[in-house]
Design a protein around this ligand. Structure first.
Ligand code: ADP
Ligand code: ZN
Ligand code: ZN
Length: 858
């Protein structure tokens, strides 16, 4: 009897689990997690061995063709995790297995060709005279021994040798096998530029760089001015970005000896993009030895150190929520936890929302653990990701920092998982296979006996609820640490050289009632208070941040006189404004729609509360905010940080570093601003319209708004210069605005939890969202209605009477990618089980997207 194996076949679309047997030459050489090649249909495919099995499910199995790499590509813990995820989702096992494999793994494998032992007998076969290409190929292998595809490509340039090789393989002249090559660490070069002569001489040349009044002259002058500030060679991309110059300008200057063009080697590793960041002025503590911990940090550390020690002895440790206000020293604790884990010979994964948005935090890891960090980055090529993956697998690196996909690196002895800014929605994967890293990470940690730390200043209600129910460990850092004491020097604030950490206060937050501003005749999007605060910042040569909530502008309707929003009579959430009906009567008049239950009505011409006729939808964009700054304060230097200005690769780094280097006074931006920026000169944060997000038709609208306002306000006052925040709003009495202004997480949490309990939302129930997409509006609606009545009969018949069905209704984003979207929401103790029970025997939900507790229902 041969040995049988269960294999997850890894080809897009056909992901499934199949049974194969082993040929004698593979007996005793296989183990779970290994990458193999198997026959599949008429061709071959890659697969991963899941386990050895006693009896295959089919009577005739095919044989595994070959083993690609003796070292498994999936760890045993990852296989167990994939199995658990399969049980709690509609996603098949093979799709979860694929999730843990580096993207493009099949392109990464290479083939090695060699001559068969008795090739001469077969090659000389008189019936078929070998072609010229066949002769060259055989000759090459005779001379050089076994060769990889890429090596043959190099020697036989422009020759289509592959079909010939396949023929020779079939005739037994050649042999071949697949391999996973070792990590390549190719250096990559960047073009650099530096000043070619002494600064004073360069200065004198400024007028002589082209014809007066031409744009070329201006660009070249800008280049020289930029380089006058920079002592060494800099990446040309930086110069282009700040001067609008191009390569021909640099060549012009180089030809005259004013600049020197060069090349400098950068590591192909993801850290390459951080090399640029090292020129950013960061907190001087970043590269310094670890500071002494504050009292609060010490108490928290005692608990964490105990957990790390327990976990190292394979004792289970529950997840920990580290709830610390912005700037309270959470990152310092992460650094200690990583250091301790590495000291024990185990590895660590630090998850962050997005590396490009949190360069400062990332850099602290890189400088505390030089040479041991691998970064995962959304802008990496597949090859670069693959390098990091291989270096993690081989033990060349012990720490990986990156977004949610970094969780899949195959560390052999994972001892720590950290989710920094754990409230961030980017931890949810909103495309199939749907998963929430916040659910997955604790399961994975328990499988590897790792410690799992969730950190945030504004944890999700659900995380805090779990932590306060004693199923988790709950640690708090209630005080902000006064940092940047050496960095900031002014006449009022001489540089401070004591080492002892000092507590700082969170910035005071002022609420401005925009209804009053309108009444007093100020129609600008900036209140009097915000205008004069901006003027002060400019005259003190400090910096300001203006925040505009990206989600939810121009979508809800409210009364400009009393602030009332028009709400759904069934759901008590704001109705959404549509220019014209996309769903019922295409081309019809403007109308309002409830995206939970489907209620709709026309736009009212009078406010139902005060009778005013000034009922409008609200809208403004970052461009408009920036233009208004320029109109009111023409001398202000502004920078815009939003989806439009960051489309280009590296744009985040550039904008951030320009602002950090104080080349701009006011940064106008969206949600991106809320992530971990720690800038000493920012003394003012203004939320242009603090209540926008509140009006989204979603049960987490209040939570998200509270989080983003608290995080954005937390960017001010991080140094001895102090600071303040201003929230402009049409709903000054709303509890979310009030709580955010007081930095009062607790009062927000209690209020919000009550609301969730009353209306039946997580953490008290599970939400299941069933979403259907179709290019045809009527088909989408019809299928949604059909499914809803199907589910209603299931609900009525079984043990699921407490489970509620809401909808069907069009989603808030009613059309995405030219598809109409409809959804059905199920609320109950375990709505997924209901579906699983009724969808047996191969019945599926076909084209429905099924999500458990998605971060929004929009
Ligand atoms: P968080 O992650 O909670 O925002 P950080 O760890 O970034 O907080 O700390 C905020 C600032 O305080 C940083 O500039 C950091 O370098 C500094 N800091 C943290 N812990 C200490 C300490 N024990 N002593 C002195 N400075 C500290
Ligand atoms: Zn009104
Ligand atoms: Zn409704």
């Amino acid at each position: 009897m041969p040995t049988f194996v269960e294999i997850a076949v890894n080809i897009p679309q056909v992901s499934g689990v199949f049974h194969y047997h082993l040929l004698p030459e593979l007996e005793g050489r296989t183990q779970p997690g290994q990458l193999v090649i198997v026959p599949f249909g008429k061709s071959q495919a890659q697969g991963v061995i899941l386990e050895h099995i006693a009896q295959p499910e089919v009577s005739e199995t095919k044989a595994v063709i070959e083993l690609v790499d003796p070292i498994p590509v999936l760890t045993p813990a990852q296989i167990s995790l994939a199995r658990q995820l399969t049980r709690t989702s509609f996603t098949p096992l093979a799709a979860w297995v694929a999730l843990f494999l580096p993207a493009g793994l099949s392109q990464q494998t290479d083939t090695i060709y060699n001559l068969a032992a008795d090739w001469q007998n077969r090659f000389g076969d008189p019936k078929s005279k070998p072609s010229a290409t066949a002769r060259r190929l055989v000759q090459l292998l005779q001379q050089r021994g076994e060769l990889r595809t890429r090596q043959i490509d190099k020697s036989l340039r422009q020759v289509n040798w592959r079909p010939v090789a396949n023929q020779l393989l079939r005739r037994g002249v050649l042999t071949s096998r697949s391999i996973l090559p070792d990590a390549s660490v190719k250096p990559k070069m960047v073009r650099t530029v530096q000043l070619g002569l002494a600064p004073a001489e360069a200065q004198a040349q400024l007028p002589n760089l082209g014809r007066a009044g031409t744009p070329a002259l201006e660009r070249r002058q800008a280049v020289l001015r930029y380089l006058l500030e920079e002592p060494g060679p800099v990446d040309v991309a930086w110069v282009y970005a700040s001067s609008r110059a191009n390569l021909s300008d640099l060549r012009y200057l180089a030809a005259r000896g004013l600049v020197i063009l060069g090349e400098s080697e950068i590591w192909r590793d993801p850290l390459a993009s951080l090399a640029a960041l090292t020129t950013m002025p960061v907190s001087p503590l970043a590269a310094a030895p670890p500071p002494e911990l504050t009292q609060d940090q010490k108490s928290a550390w005692a608990v964490l150190a105990g957990q790390i020690e327990l976990a190292n002895r394979n004792q289970p440790a529950p997840p920990t929520l580290l709830h610390g206000v912005t700037g309270s020293g959470k990152t310092e604790l992460y650094l200690r936890a990583v250091a301790e884990t590495l000291r024990l010979g185990r590895q660590a994964i630090v998850l962050v929302p997005e590396i490009a948005l949190t360069p400062q935090a990332v850099q602290r890891f890189v400088s505390r653990f030089p040479g041991q960090v691998g970064l995962v980055h959304s802008q990496l090529s597949e090859g670069e990701r693959f390098d990091t993956w291989r270096r993690a697998r081989s033990g060349a690196i012990q720490l990986v920092v990156g977004p949610r996909s970094a969780l899949s690196v195959p560390f052999p002895n994972l001892g720590l998982i950290i989710l920094d800014e754990c409230h961030d929605d980017s931890y949810y994967q909103s495309e199939p296979p749907f998963y929430d890293t916040r659910t997955l990470a604790p399961i994975y940690a328990s499988l590897t006996h790792a410690v799992c730390i969730f950190g945030s200043a504004t944890p999700n209600i659900t995380s805090t609820y779990l932590a306060s129910q004693h199923t988790w460990t709950y640690l708090k850092l209630p005080k902000r640490i006064l940092a940047h004491r050496q960095a900031v020097q002014t006449s009022d604030h001489p540089a401070d050289d004591t080492d002892a950490p000092v507590a700082a206060t969170l910035p005071p937050v002022q609420i401005i009632d925009m209804r009053q501003e309108l009444k007093s005749g100020n129609a600008s999007i900036f209140s009097q208070a915000l205008q004069s605060a901006l003027e002060q910042v400019l005259s003190a040569r400090q910096q300001a941040i203006l925040f505009l909530n990206r989600l939810g502008t121009a979508t809800y309707v409210f009364c400009r006189d009393c602030g009332a929003t028009i709400k759904c009579p069934n759901c008590d959430i704001p109705l959404i404004y549509h220019d014209q009906s996309p769903i019922r009567t295409p081309g019809g008049p403007a109308y309002l729609n409830c995206h939970h239950c489907g209620y709709h009505r026309q736009l009212p011409n009078k406010c139902p509360v005060c009778g005013s006729s000034r009922v409008r939808q609200y809208g403004t964009g970052t461009e408009k905010v920036e233009a208004e700054v320029q109109r009111l304060l023409p001398e202000a230097r502004t920078l815009r940080w939003d989806a439009t200005t960051t489309r280009r690769k590296g744009a985040h780094d550039l904008i951030l570093s320009q602002f950090t280097a104080r080349q701009a006074d006011i940064l106008v931006g969206t949600q991106m601003l809320a992530k971990g920026l720690d800038l000493p000169y920012v003394t003012l944060v203004g939320a242009v319209l603090a209540d926008v997000g509140l009006n989204l038709p979603d049960y987490r609208a209040g939570e998200r708004t509270f989080q983003v306002l608290t995080q954005v306000a937390g960017r001010a006052g991080r140094s001895p210069l102090g600071g303040q925040a201003i929230l402009q709003t049409f709903q000054p009495d709303h509890y979310v605005i009030q709580a955010a202004a007081e930095h009062n997480y607790k009062s927000f949490y209690q209020r919000e939890l009550e609301y969730r309990r009353e209306l039946g939302y997580p953490p008290f129930v599970r939400l299941l969202r069933l979403e259907y997409r179709h290019p045809d509006a009527h088909r989408a609606e019809a299928e949604a209605q059909r499914m809803a009545s199907q589910v209603r009969t299931w609900l009525a018949s079984g043990a699921y009477q407490v489970t509620q069905l809401v909808g069907p209704a069009p989603c808030f984003f009613a059309r995405l990618d030219r598809q109409y979207r409809w959804q059905i929401i199920l609320k109950g103790p375990d709505p997924l089980r209901l579906l699983q029970e009724h969808l047996t025997g191969g019945r599926t939900l076909q084209d429905w997207r099924v999500e458990t507790n998605p971060p929004n229902l929009l």
